[in-house]
Design a protein around this ligand. Structure first.
Ligand code: CA
Ligand code: CA
Ligand code: CA
Length: 190
């Protein structure tokens, strides 16, 4: 009888262990799926500075680099100085926190200046600088963070710097004088 009880106890322990492992696996995939769903929801493409998933009204004053933002959440309007003459606004979610980051592209040098919404220090990266380059930021590698990219109108070459850390690459697509890069960056000046 005692031996049978031991067997029963052992069986219950194994059963609990199996249930625990299955629960952990289910939990992992459930969370993973939720995170991926959030990343693939497409809200990288909208201007959402306050992160409520609604587009905010904003203007960029090109002569003084002022960003005048009217948050959809009802929070107070505010102004951020970033850019100026010779800069193109290239907002995107470069840090992947779900809020649009203020960023500008300097046409003459190809320098990108990004102010992360997550609070990290502003930084710059270089990609572009050719007179025919147009900034075309987007999430080309699908990691939930905006990638720096330009379309070179004179040759039809796309240059992309993946946010996931891979090497920058180029791809030929376009180049006809009448071609306009189709991009989610609605602030490019064509
Ligand atoms: Ca918003
Ligand atoms: Ca962000
Ligand atoms: Ca990316």
């Amino acid at each position: 009888m005692k031996l049978q009880n031991k067997h029963a106890l052992f069986f219950i322990l194994i059963l609990l262990l199996v249930i625990g492992i299955l629960g952990a696996v289910y939990f992992f995939f459930f969370i993973h799926k939720k995170v991926n769903h959030k990343k693939s929801s497409g809200y990288l493409t909208i201007l959402d500075f306050d992160g409520d998933r609604k587009t905010d009204i904003a203007v960029y004053r090109s002569n003084n680099g002022g960003w005048y933002i009217n948050p959809s959440s009802g929070a107070a309007d505010y102004i951020v100085g970033w850019g100026g003459t010779g800069y193109t606004p290239v907002p995107g979610d470069y840090d992947g926190d779900g809020k649009t980051d203020i960023a500008v592209y300097r046409e003459s040098t190809g320098a990108w200046y990004v102010m992360p919404s997550s609070g990290g220090p502003p930084y710059s990266k270089g990609l572009g600088g050719d007179p025919s380059d147009k900034p075309v930021p987007g999430d080309y590698d699908g990691d939930g963070k905006t990638d720096i990219a330009v379309y070179r109108g004179s040759t039809g070459a796309w240059y992309v710097m993946p946010s996931s850390g891979g090497a920058p690459y180029s791809k030929g697509w376009g180049g006809d004088p009448l071609d306009v890069a189709v991009t989610t960056n609605l602030t490019s000046n064509y």
